[in-house]
Design a protein around this ligand. Structure first.
Ligand code: PGA
Length: 251
């Protein structure tokens, strides 16, 4: 069971081959802070090259299909990702749920397919601003988690959850440490219901406008086992500072 903080960069639809220099620079920072586990999810086109360019960080992808092969134009299967050198995949990101109309059931099947192919999974959940304003955030997120979490044998192995309030993604707004703690505790309780003892090994990441300045504070909330970082992961300077903030936690 890995209890190190897990800091993951999600490059979204950003990154050209020239960006490998940035990945190498992030890798150099990661190699100095081995008590933090660092992951990077570049776009599909860079997965293979990133794998070859780095040593100390895990390389992942941002989505996958749930079938192994077939007539699914434009899609990529978990085993293809593994073959390209990925060792984890982000599943159910709110941008996929929204722009690609991914249901909880699809997300669950993707998680299961990815785990069956041996990939680690970062399953994303999070509420909209309207849901938060109605006071239903915890209820919504725990229901979303129940409906999209993998239900196969050993599902809890290599599984992480990312709590990402949709209203905090790319906006510069973040929940209070108390709100993050409340949500992460509720997620941990739900995971324990779903997976029993095995849930102890699941890290629950926070995501949404994490940056060099707020990382230490956000990571100090209860049951926060790391961060999923979008915009601030694009540069070694800001992502490196977040890795260092995470390294400071255990000291
Ligand atoms: P952000 O994105 O850090 O740019 O808010 C986080 C995410 O969507 O994973």
């Amino acid at each position: 069971m890995d209890v190190r903080p897990f800091i993951v960069g999600n490059w979204k639809m950003n990154g050209m081959r020239a960006s490998l220099a940035e990945a190498r620079a992030i890798d150099r920072v990661a190699s100095r802070f081995l008590k933090v586990e660092v992951g990077l999810a570049p776009p599909f086109t860079l997965v293979h090259a990133t794998r070859d360019a780095v040593e100390s960080i895990r390389v992942g992808a941002q989505d996958c299909h749930f079938e192994e092969t077939g007539a699914f134009t434009g899609d990529i299967s978990p085993s293809m990702l593994a073959d390209a050198g990925a060792d984890f995949v982000i599943v159910g990101h709110s941008e996929r749920r929204e722009y690609h109309v991914e249901s909880d059931e699809w997300v669950r099947r993707k998680c299961e397919a990815a785990r069956s192919a041996g990939l680690g999974v970062i399953l994303c959940v999070g509420e909209s601003e309207t849901v938060r304003d109605c006071g239903r955030a915890v209820e919504f997120v725990t229901e979303q988690l129940t409906a999209s979490a993998p239900q196969i044998e050993n599902a809890a192995e290599k599984l992480s959850i990312a709590y990402e309030p949709i209203w905090a993604i790319g906006t510069g707004r973040v929940p209070s440490v108390e709100d993050i703690s409340e949500m992460h505790e509720a997620i941990a309780a739900k995971l324990s219901e779903l997976y029993g003892e095995a849930s102890q090994g699941i890290r629950i990441l926070y995501g949404g406008s994490v940056n060099a300045e707020n990382a230490a504070e956000l990571l100090s909330a209860n049951k926060v086992g790391g961060a999923l970082v979008g915009g601030a992961s694009l540069s070694n300077e800001s992502f490196g500072a977040i890795i260092m903030a995470a390294a400071g936690l255990g000291e």
